[in-house]
Design a binder for this molecule. Structure first.
Ligand code: UD1
Length: 370
């Protein structure tokens, strides 16, 4: 069985690693990892391959950055001949980034079966580019691997055949579970005993200069009480640079994007996390670290229902109020969602292997009838 994985942006790399590993332990599975080139800086891409023990990608499409149409189109144009040449049995796509939807569009037109890992999540907010990517990818996929029951419900409500949907758990948490013991040996010196960890990169937060300025002012206010460590995404860095207001302040440290292990150590040790990332809502839930999400909605409701996540919306007073409660030791108890146990990728590998047996059985049956 030939499997072609398509990845391109930072959160994809934590998701492909366990699936690739699980499939590499199966017999007769040939794997090709294609990097679209959506993310290209060393600390947004290569360092994750290194730290997660993934071989460098077999092929890089070097699509790079651009408008949504440019980026998606470039990935499609570069990927199509490869899929035609390689004729994979399955193409696996991950999450909700432009690389995901681009690959799904290419493969569906070539009648190449698509497996979507992290299917079914919905924010019900079509102003988010990721929501459009999720809806389209799920519509086109042949196998939909969901991380939580809400994913199954959303897909059923959209009329997806239940036979295609498999609740497998969370592959990003597979990576977290595997890397936690490694993180134990990863020492970061001079880390304060209490600190707030921040990541913000959604266009809705960082592309609006007035709101970004308000957020930075809030972070400076927090920094007067407890140190704030802000890992700054390249998109955010560009926008902060445009504000040009000498953003650094006592108590507020701005860092370049951090490698996986350092960020894991920080998430684990943080007193609180402020974010707008999807994956960090999940990782904070698993680690039990209180998390405040600067968004009006989440496609990961399980993190707010039973996890540590609280949506504070686009409201800096609410952000500061919630943070004050956490710093005073008042936050909710949490539990880990079902099947977030480090074995999601094994379940995916079982299902893909089963699909091969079904295909082989179909072929044998067809030959008998001939
Ligand atoms: C993308 C995903 C988003 C995901 C995020 C994780 C889409 C629509 N968005 O957003 O869902 O949460 O990745 O990081 O797919 N840049 C660099 N170096 C890099 C990568 C990007 O400097 O290695 C800069 C580019 O100049 C670009 C900007 O960051 O203009 C944004 O990159 P892009 O891939 O378009 O979107 P993200 O904001 O990273």
């Amino acid at each position: 069985m030939k499997i072609l994985h398509v990845v391109g942006a930072r959160p994809n790399f934590m998701k492909v690693a366990p699936v690739h590993r699980a499939l590499s332990h199966r017999s007769n599975v040939n794997q090709i990892v294609v990097h679209t080139g959506q993310h290209y800086d060393f600390n947004m891409s290569d360092v994750f391959f290194q730290q997660l023990g993934l071989q460098p990608p077999d092929i890089n499409l070097h699509a790079g950055t651009g408008s949504h149409a440019q980026q998606t189109g470039e990935i499609m144009i570069n990927l199509e001949p490869l899929v035609i040449q390689e004729k994979p049995d399955w193409v696996l796509v991950y999450g909700d980034v432009n690389s995901t939807v681009a690959a799904a569009l290419v493969c569906s037109k070539l009648n190449t079966p698509i497996g979507h890992i992290e299917a079914g999540l919905r924010s019900f907010d079509r102003s988010m580019p990721e929501e459009v990517n999720r809806v389209v990818t799920d519509r086109l996929a042949d196998l939909l691997f969901t991380p939580s029951e809400d994913g199954d419900r959303n897909l059923i409500n959209e009329g997806v055949s239940p036979a295609k949907i498999h609740l497998v758990g969370n592959v990003m948490i597979d990576t977290l579970v595997r890397m936690l013991p490694v993180a134990d040996d990863h020492v970061i010196t001079d880390l304060p005993s209490r600190f707030v960890l921040v990541t913000l990169h959604r266009p809705s937060n960082v592309d609006d200069p007035v709101w970004l300025q308000e957020l930075l002012t809030s972070l400076r206010t927090v920094g007067e009480e407890v140190p704030v460590i802000f890992s700054v995404h390249p998109r955010t860095r560009k926008q902060i640079d445009k504000l040009g207001d000498g953003h650094a302040a006592r108590g507020l440290t701005l860092l370049d994007p951090l490698p996986y292990l350092s960020f894991l150590v920080l998430q684990r040790r943080a007193t609180a996390i402020i974010t707008d990332s999807g994956g960090i809502q999940e990782e904070a839930t698993y680690l039990g670290t209180p998390c405040l999400t600067v968004r009006e909605n989440t496609e990961r409701p399980v993190t707010t229902e039973i996890g540590t996540n609280v949506l504070v919306g686009r409201n800096s007073s609410r952000l500061l109020e919630e943070l004050t409660s956490i710093l005073q030791g008042r936050f909710r108890r949490h539990s880990i969602p079902p099947l977030w146990d480090g074995r999601a990728a094994e379940r995916i590998a079982d299902i893909l292997a089963g699909s091969r047996q079904e295909n082989e059985a179909d072929l044998a049956h067809a030959q008998l009838l001939r």
